[in-house]
Design a protein around this ligand. Structure first.
Ligand SMILES: Nc1ncnc2c1ncn2[C@@H]1O[C@H](COP(=O)(O)OP(=O)(O)OP(=O)(O)O)[C@@H](O)[C@H]1O
Ligand SMILES: [Mg+2]
Length: 182
């Protein structure tokens, strides 16, 4: 059976978690790795529908994602999680409780996320229309020892993708993909 893993992408809204996840999934599938994306937005529409944004609610959401990710990874699936997951302690808890947990910090300065404002939510958060918005009116705790860091304000999408794939190759969690161009 394949070795499963959990690539846990954490970072601010607009940092690039979803964008990177989709690109990574394409490469993994091309390399024959069974893979699933658990995206925060989709989880909040399904598994966590109706859940709020207090610390407690965010922790419940992250633990639910971790639970599902673990079921998949222990059966050989490469799981990509794209969820803000703002609390360090909760991420660390999953790192100890799950199978091949790889913390990937999708780093991007808040100023850059605000200027991207992909979903138009930052402006609403700044105007006070949306409360408890990560980075504006709610905390984000950076990982202290992530397995991989990518800085999407300085590196192209291709460079970010390659960095993560290299890590997986190094850890022998995916085959070396020689055809890849960088
Ligand atoms: N190197 C990069 N990697 C990923 N995204 C990038 C990069 N450079 C620029 N971008 C852009 O940044 C934006 C990231 O948006 P994306 O929806 O992926 O963020 P997110 O982290 O999933 O946010 P949210 O938590 O709100 O879902 C996209 O518009 C993407 O094109
Ligand atoms: Mg997203």
């Amino acid at each position: 059976m394949e070795k499963g893993f959990i690539l846990w992408m954490t970072g601010l809204s607009g940092a690039g978690k979803t964008t990177l996840s989709r690109e990574l999934a394409k490469h993994l599938i091309e390399s024959g790795v069974a893979c699933e994306i658990l995206d925060g937005d989709e989880v909040r529409e399904n598994l966590s529908k109706g859940l709020g944004f207090s610390r407690e609610a965010r922790d419940i959401n992250v633990r639910r994602i971790g639970y599902v990710a673990n079921l998949l990874s222990r059966n050989g699936v490469g799981v990509i999680v794209a969820a803000i997951s703002p609390y360090r302690e909760t991420r660390n808890e999953l790192k100890t409780q799950t199978h091949n947990f790889i913390e990937v910090y999708i780093k991007c300065p808040i100023e850059e996320c605000i200027s991207r404002d992909v979903k138009g939510l930052y402006q609403k958060a700044i105007d006070g229309v949306i409360p408890q918005f990560t980075g504006i009116s709610d905390p984000y705790e950076e990982p202290l020892l992530p397995e991989v860091v990518v800085d999407t304000s300085k590196e192209t999408l291709n460079v970010c993708v390659s960095r993560v794939l290299h890590y997986l190759e190094q850890e022998q969690l995916m085959p070396i993909f020689t055809k890849r161009t960088e």
